[in-house]
Design a protein around this ligand. Structure first.
Ligand SMILES: Cc1cc2nc3c(=O)[nH]c(=O)nc-3n(C[C@H](O)[C@H](O)[C@H](O)COP(=O)(O)OP(=O)(O)OC[C@H]3O[C@@H](n4cnc5c(N)ncnc54)[C@H](O)[C@@H]3O)c2cc1C
Length: 459
């Protein structure tokens, strides 16, 4: 590819790396190395004009391209981007501006979640984000936007006010309730399909409890009887009743002896005394580890940092979403995870996350308001198969298939687009035929040649 012809069109701070450059690895590194994209070059853009110029150059030169922000996207279809293609690395466009007086924050294309929390806190504000610091902030919004704070502010998509979108032609359009209204619907739930969002404006709020939340980890031995009790206790906390709370149960084998453990990362948007009353059913089970404490807002996601690190592992994800889930079902899934990770040493770091959110606030918004189809669900389950040797690919796939079928019959299965494996029926991802057809019409209008088609693409 003649990428030198792009250089004159880029801003002075933009750069281009090839595989032989020292920076290439950092600027293309991904959370999962399973079937990754294998670009021939990476363009590190610094401005919206750089994104636009790069897309125009790519179209003219018939070069495939893939945007990258937090690099946690993990559907295996990324591998369709080959050496002949480029990555448009947005990570250097990470500015976040918070204007609390006008109740809004502006997030640049490649900012990650921790950068939004830090900027919001500095301005004395809260902004609804995902709950993993290293994940791209805008990309989480575009799929729906799950995070503990949705108990207070609704889904990420309910907090979007306006997007600047660089389209498949390289032109820039404003998308909002007032402009390009149908695209605004599609962007909020299927937003990775239509262009690169160079800037997203979202709602900002006054902080609760002066920005001091309650968060930490409760640890329990990973015995089957504990899992049933823990899930039973979580089911009594009152998810769906509009409480400012969330928790994520994680099954992992932890050093030094790699015995199974159940960790519950808890969060409450308020005082420690209210939190401890709310979480009493879990605390009374006597966790051997309890780090829950008042935590300044920028630190609320730290408990979720360990599953997010980029360590060169191959990872496959398998997701489901639910209104509620009963202890017996989860115990069966736990038993299968325990057996799989014990009998498959190369995949022993595989984990299962069960994310509980309060969905009362998001349920106030009509289901047809946005393209996000799974509004009102309180529980999202995500199995992460982690391995190093491709010889175990089949074993991990089989475990993922069992995980899904133990949880829910195929015809009733639904998956959050940001947790999709990449081989699901699109109706299962985008919410049935009618919604999918509406999205197909948008795709035909805004991306007729499928330039943005590496990530659960609408076809
Ligand atoms: C460990 C982990 C934790 C997670 N936690 C959460 C969570 O708390 N809440 C939640 O909702 N989701 C969560 N997710 C899912 C996450 O939102 C998706 O994986 C998301 O796609 C990752 O975005 P990224 O920027 O990190 O990845 P990338 O791989 O950089 O991007 C994912 C896709 O979006 C495209 N893209 C990147 N930037 C832009 C842009 N500015 N405009 C348009 N398209 C763009 C890319 O081309 C790619 O197709 C998590 C995932 C993982 C692996």
């Amino acid at each position: 590819m003649d990428i030198d012809s792009l250089r004159p069109h880029l801003s002075p701070t933009a750069s281009i790396n090839f595989a032989t450059d020292a920076e290439f690895h950092t600027n293309t590194e991904r959370w999962s190395t399973y079937k990754p994209p294998t670009p021939g070059a990476v363009v590190n853009v610094a401005t919206e004009e750089d994104i636009s110029a790069t897309i125009k150059w790519a179209i003219t030169n018939n070069v495939q391209f893939l945007a990258r922000s937090g690099a946690h996207g993990s559907t295996f279809t990324f591998s369709a981007l080959s050496q002949a293609g480029i990555v448009i690395n947005l990570r250097f466009m990470n500015k976040v501006t918070v204007d609390l007086a006008n109740s809004k924050a502006t997030i640049s294309a490649g900012a990650i979640t921790s950068e939004v929390l830090t900027a919001a806190h500095a301005a004395g504000a809260h902004v609804a984000t995902g709950q993993c610091n290293a994940v791209g902030a805008i990309t989480a919004y575009l799929g729906g936007g799950l995070g503990n704070q949705k108990a207070m502010y609704g889904l990420g998509v309910d907090n979007m006010l306006e997007a600047r979108l660089v389209t498949a032609t390289g032109d820039v359009v404003v998308v909002s309730e007032m402009e390009n209204k149908e695209l605004w619907w599609g962007l909020r739930g299927a937003g990775h399909n239509f262009g690169i969002v160079s800037q997203l404006t979202v709602k900002a709020y006054e902080q609760v409890n002066r920005g001091l939340h309650w968060s930490g980890t409760l640890g329990y031995p990973g015995a089957t009887e504990n899992v049933g009790k823990i899930v039973g206790a979580i089911n009594t906390l009152g998810f769906g009743q509009g409480k400012p709370m969330g928790c994520t149960m994680v099954w992992a084998r932890a050093p030094p002896d790699f015995q199974p453990m159940v960790l519950v990362n808890v969060w409450y948007g308020g005082s420690a005394s209210l939190a401890e009353t709310t979480f009493a059913p879990l605390l009374s089970l006597g966790p051997f580890l309890n780090t829950a404490a008042p935590t300044p807002y920028p630190g609320v996601n730290s408990v979720n940092d360990f599953p997010s690190i980029k360590d060169g592992s191959k990872r496959m994800i398998f997701g489901t979403s639910h209104f509620s889930i009963n202890p017996e079902t989860i115990v069966n899934v736990f038993t299968d995870w325990e057996t799989f990770t014990r009998e498959t040493p190369d995949a022993s770091h595989s984990i299962v996350l069960t994310e509980y959110y309060d969905a009362a606030k998001e349920a106030e918004v009509d289901i047809d308001e946005t393209a996000y189809p799974w509004r009102g669900r309180n529980v999202y389950m995500l199995a992460v198969g982690q391995f190093t040797d491709m010889a175990y690919e089949g074993k991990v796939q089989e475990w993922g298939a069992r995980f899904k079928s133990l949880l829910v019959k195929e015809e009733e299965r639904t998956v959050y687009v940001n947790f999709a494996t990449g081989d699901e029926d699109l109706e299962m991802v985008y919410g049935g035929k009618e919604r999918l057809d509406r999205l197909r019409a948008l795709k035909a209008k805004w991306d007729p040649n499928g330039a943005f088609s590496y990530y659960n693409a609408i076809k």
